[in-house]
Design a protein around this ligand. Structure first.
Ligand SMILES: [Zn+2]
Length: 278
């Protein structure tokens, strides 16, 4: 899933190319595309795109009176759409602009989870953004230490919980735990203040590295292209120490870690009943 760096760089690309252009129309191409019943997208027709931004893993297209809040989920992509075919493969929604350009939101696969919320007024005060925690890369060690105490859980799950800190997913959670040299299963309720500083720094480092990589591209990377030390590198040597990167498999994601760097050499195994449920 695209995370904070991928979404941020993509918002910047779309903003550079499209800001200032008036909207000519919005069409939902799948019946699951639009997540809100009101206001009508027609309200934004004729309004200039003020900016394309990001909050958490959401893209925001601000047309002044209305904001389109777009979630790509796992396989969604929002791209310029020069072809404008009548039934695009995986088509979810299309925006057309007054200068005859367009955006197409597509979603690969059959999940049908990518979608668009249309909101009037401050989008940050409304769903789906209102419940999000602070932006992960700007959270301070002091705030993080407070969140650790308030939400005791495994560090990997903590980092992925959008209501606690927004913008991180499975890949960055793996990379941040490795960078911080902490077990992905470390209980946040037991971490010390100094470890909050280490994690806050690891978040910024991992986000900034991915952001630099992503800004150097002309389109969003695929998950296999993204840089990393442990994510999806099971069996490979850890670039820090040479130990073998290990994995704990869940149904919908994999926790990758280096035993030597992160767990004092101990191998992790999931022993909870949730193993095959989530
Ligand atoms: Zn290592």
């Amino acid at each position: 899933m695209p995370e904070l760096p991928e979404i941020q760089a993509h918002a910047e690309r779309l903003d550079t190319q499209f800001a200032g252009t008036p909207l000519a129309g919005f069409t939902a191409l799948s019946f699951t595309a639009l997540k809100t019943a009101a206001p009508s997208p027609e309200t934004a027709v004729g309004q200039q795109l003020i900016f394309v931004g990001r909050r958490g893993k959401y893209l925001l297209a601000d047309f002044g009176m209305l904001t389109f809040v777009i979630h790509l989920m796992q396989g969604g992509r929002l791209k310029p759409d020069p072809k404008r075919s009548a039934k695009p493969r995986g088509g979810v929604a299309r925006w057309t602009f007054a200068d005859d350009r367009a955006w197409l939101l597509t979603e690969a696969g059959t999940e049908r989870k990518a979608g668009v919320w249309i909101v009037a007024g401050d989008p940050e005060a409304q769903e789906p953004l209102a419940h999000l925690g602070p932006e992960a890369d700007t959270v301070t060690a002091a705030v993080l230490a407070g969140l650790f105490v308030a939400r005791p859980m495994r560090l990997h799950g903590f980092l992925r919980e959008q209501r606690i800190v927004a913008g991180l997913g499975r890949r960055l959670a793996n990379e941040i735990c490795h960078r911080a040299r902490l077990s992905p299963f470390a209980n946040t309720g037991k971490l010390e203040r100094v470890q909050a500083e280490v994690v806050a720094e690891a978040i910024r480092t991992c986000v900034n590295e991915s952001l630099a990589y992503e800004r150097g591209r002309t389109d969003m990377s695929s998950s296999a292209e993204r840089p990393g030390h442990v994510h999806h590198r099971e069996g490979e040597p850890c670039p820090e120490c040479g130990d073998t990167v290990r994995a704990v498999e869940y149904r919908s994601y994999t926790v990758n870690y280096c035993p030597n760097c992160q767990t004092g050499g101990r191998l992790l195994a999931d022993n909870t009943t949730s193993k095959f449920l989530k």
